[in-house]
Design a protein around this ligand. Structure first.
Ligand SMILES: Nc1ncnc2c1ncn2[C@@H]1O[C@H](COP(=O)(O)OP(=O)(O)OP(=O)(O)O)[C@@H](O)[C@H]1O
Length: 234
């Protein structure tokens, strides 16, 4: 469970996240939507303790992320898949992450297989495509077998097979009772993947509702999104 309460982050006079409150319960996929600059990444960074809020707080499993001793065993995150040291080999990168969180490296081989990087585990990350880095980022997020996953545009750069694979993976993770918060700009993909949606604009919450309640025959998620955003800007 992720709980966000009155969360606010100002960069100078502008609020990137503005008095935001929502909950992400386990056992379903929650899509996190909003136009460019809506505050999705900033919200995820605040949940992960990478930025300090101006006001409010975010809890994961009832505690602040920063208070977790071995955070990767509770929360798996994929924020910026390109923020990895290009000189490291994929396997080495996961080994380093595992060691820093007291996680056994035993699962690294099978994780690389799972994300489709089984053949390139010994290759340097610098030579990876964006899609391959996303796959590696997903392996890193799953390394600690966490109950909560925060994924910022995980399908960015993935090919159609990779997008479909990600959808199946997220569905199985949610079906196992994990909490899954995933941002995306791909409305048709979100309509297929998410059970529930949180929609933001200008750092404010505009909608927090089930996909089935929003999308109806003849009304696509893209239509709903445009309408919600237009309403929020009036
Ligand atoms: N470190 C920072 N310093 C100043 N402004 C920032 C910083 N980080 C984010 N912002 C601003 O906060 C706002 C929200 O940005 P954020 O990246 O959270 O949006 P987003 O919804 O993730 O956007 P996108 O869909 O484009 O990735 C933007 O106006 C952005 O310019």
């Amino acid at each position: 469970m992720i709980e966000v309460t009155g969360l606010t982050k100002r960069f100078g006079p502008a609020a990137a996240v503005d008095d935001l409150s929502f909950q992400v319960p386990p056992g379903r996929i929650t899509g996190f939507l909003g136009p460019n600059g809506a505050g999705k990444t900033t919200t995820m960074r605040l949940i992960l303790g990478l930025d300090r809020p101006t006001a409010g707080h975010a809890l994961v499993g009832g505690v602040p992320y920063r208070s977790m001793r071995r955070p990767l065993t509770h929360v798996g995150a994929l924020l910026d898949a390109t923020a990895v040291q290009g000189g490291r080999r994929a396997e080495q990168h996961l080994r380093w992450l595992a060691r820093s969180n007291g996680i056994s490296p035993r699962s690294i081989g099978s994780l690389l297989e799972l994300v489709g990087l089984g053949d390139v585990g010994r290759k340097r990350i610098g030579g990876f495509s964006l899609g391959m880095k996303q796959r590696l980022g997903m392996a890193a997020a799953l390394l600690g077998d966490p109950e909560v996953l925060l994924l910022d545009e995980p399908t960015n750069g993935l090919d159609p097979e990779g997008i479909r694979w990600t959808r199946g993976l997220l569905k199985s993770l949610a079906a196992e009772g994990r909490t899954v918060l995933v941002s995306s700009h791909l409305m048709s993909e979100m309509a297929l993947t998410a059970d529930h949606l949180i929609i933001l604009a200008r750092g404010r919450l505009l909608a927090d509702a089930g996909v089935a309640d929003l999308v109806r025959p003849g009304v696509s998620l893209e239509d709903v999104f445009m309408r919600v955003i237009a309403g929020g800007e009036r």
